[in-house]
Design a protein around this ligand. Structure first.
Ligand code: AMP
Length: 523
């Protein structure tokens, strides 16, 4: 096998790294930047643009420019998150045949895995240009709190991009691998990861290359994008008060506001005041109207206070799940671009009673960890051992729609457990098993991973047949289920294929189509 790369597929930016001469290094893109915007667009004449080229033209081509596809991947179209995104982003989000969200760009409809694949393909090219050889294997990171469907869809994206995805690993665990490299002492660390679209909190125990995740918590729909949105809403109010114009229906103005909001937010991490100056933002009876205002750091803080407080609830739950108190944590590491905000750092410092560790670059540490894991997998070295956990409980729906947990959240993966089921009617020839992931006592309130029917059960009185169902979560956090009728010994293996992810045939078809379309991609 050739070289293996580590890719941090972020909501806002992505980063790729490789282990070179035993040292993990981040690979800069052609522009010299160590991160690449996770943005895809189709410009005029069907030109596919990814990264900075896509981001730069977003204002003039808002509806054919896709940001933050990671917030949609692996979700159902009717989920709250997808419906909220439809009001948030200028591109069109439609319902796909698998009840999944699909994105219309120019005249083409894409699955979220295909959009993510364009970003992964770009990162693959960045690595190939640096290494001077083709790369076909990768470790890709996902938020620890991603469920099975989100993981599977990310894995599909990797395959569509032409990568053999050796493993999907969790972002905080990757960060811990990079942080822990070369550190011998045994310590308990907390990783607070607030990125562009997702928030993860993990508590890990580390000693000499072994990283054991004790607990994880988070929210896969909370991140820098939400901070930007609060500023945009504030600016919309300011503009409407000044001019009487509501800009919500104007995609170009909304894109300009979003860009300005993000810039102001980043400025406010360094300064007390940021200026916002957007000439010709709207047009009223008296002609063009401009937005010129200031936003102070304390104003931003009051706009987002509840979001930051919300992250602390996950922090608290995670520390409790790890069976620890906040003062038993040796080091706190903050990761993800949004954690640069002083208020976030202060909130974390207040909770743990210590300043977060400054020695890691929050934008790069996750990709570095992925590269370390990739290299360990390929070389078969024993120096690095990552023991991660499943973020969500796995179970089935039983009588009355109750959620029966078979694998509890924060169980170390890989893990498999089996359970005996039986029939509820005489001579019942088949049983239906519905698999869910989540924490609610009501099965339907959790994410349904899939359902399957085990048929061919020989006639017998109810309650007599013994059907053993085995649940397996692999090292990538991906779930599969097998069922065996103990009387006949007949076994059926089922990979739980969530409705919102693609079937193997669909992935193959997309790969084939992409090969045909390859001429349309430009570097
Ligand atoms: P990531 O997903 O880790 O790349 O984080 C991207 C998010 O971090 C985006 O929402 C950025 O706006 C945000 N971000 C980057 N730099 C800063 C900064 N200096 N202050 C506040 N937020 C930032």
């Amino acid at each position: 096998m050739g070289r293996v790369i580590g890719i941090d597929l972020g909501t806002t930016n992505s980063c790729v790294a490789v282990v070179d001469d035993g040292q993990p290094v981040v690979i800069p893109n052609a522009g010299g930047y160590k991160t690449t915007p996770s943005v895809f667009a189709i410009a005029s004449e069907c030109e596919y643009l990814v990264g900075y080229r896509a981001k730069r033209q977003a204002i003039t081509n808002a509806k054919d420019t896709v940001f933050a596809a990671k917030r949609l991947i692996g979700r159902r179209f009717d989920s709250v998150e997808v419906q909220r995104s439809r009001g948030l982003y200028p591109y069109a989000i439609l319902e796909g045949p698998n009840a999944d969200p699909r994105i219309r760009v120019a005249d083409r409809i894409f699955t979220c895995s295909e959009i993510s694949a364009t970003i992964l393909q770009e990162m693959k090219k960045v690595a190939e240009a640096y290494l001077g050889e083709s790369v076909d294997a990768a470790v890709i990171t996902v938020p620890a709190y991603f469920n099975d469907a989100q993981r599977q869809s990310t894995q599909d994206a990797g395959r569509i991009a032409g990568l053999d995805v050796l493993r999907i690993i969790n972002e905080p665990a990757a960060a811990a691998l990079a942080y822990g490299m070369g550190r011998e002492e045994e310590e308990k660390i907390a990783i607070y990861d607030l990125g562009g679209g997702t928030f993860d909190m993990s508590i890990l125990e580390m000693s000499a290359g072994v990283v054991e995740v004790l607990a994880t918590a988070g929210n896969t729909f909370l991140g820098g994008e939400d901070f930007d949105r609060r500023i945009v809403d504030h600016l919309l109010d300011v503009f409407e008060k000044d001019t009487g114009i509501d800009l919500k229906g104007d995609p170009v103005a909304m894109q300009r506001l979003k860009d300005a909001a993000e810039k102001a937010k980043c400025t406010l991490s360094l300064r007390e005041v940021a200026e916002i100056n957007l000439p010709f933002l709207g047009s009223g009876a008296e002609g063009p109207c401009h937005l010129a205002c200031e936003i102070r750091r304390d104003e931003l803080e009051s706009l987002v206070e509840d979001i930051v407080d919300g992250t602390l609830e996950s922090v608290q739950r995670c520390v409790k799940d790890a069976g620890l108190n906040a003062d038993e944590i040796d080091h706190v590491v903050v990761v993800g671009g949004q954690s640069r905000m002083p208020m976030v750092q202060q909130a974390v410092a207040n909770y743990f009673g210590q300043r977060p560790h400054k020695g890691v670059n929050p934008d790069e540490v996750v990709a570095l960890g992925a590269a370390i894991q990739g290299s360990a997998l390929v070389e078969g070295t024993q120096d690095v051992l990552l023991l991660d956990v499943t973020p969500l409980s796995l179970g089935i729906s039983t009588y009355g729609g109750h959620f029966s947990r078979l694998i509890e959240r924060n169980t170390t993966v890989p893990v498999n457990k089996s359970h005996l089921f039986t029939t509820t009617r005489d001579d019942q020839a088949a049983v239906k098993i519905r698999v869910f992931q989540g924490e609610n006592e009501q099965a339907l309130e959790n994410d349904m991973l899939g359902e399957f029917v085990l048929s061919g059960i020989p006639p017998a009185p109810k309650g007599e047949p013994e059907i053993e169902v085995g649940f397996d979560i692999d090292s990538s956090g991906i779930v599969s289920v097998s069922a065996r009728d103990l009387a006949t010994g007949r076994q059926q293996s089922i990979t739980v294929n969530s409705k919102s992810s693609l079937s193997c045939e669909e992935v193959d078809l997309i790969i084939e189509e992409n090969t045909r379309l390859e001429l349309a991609f430009r570097g």
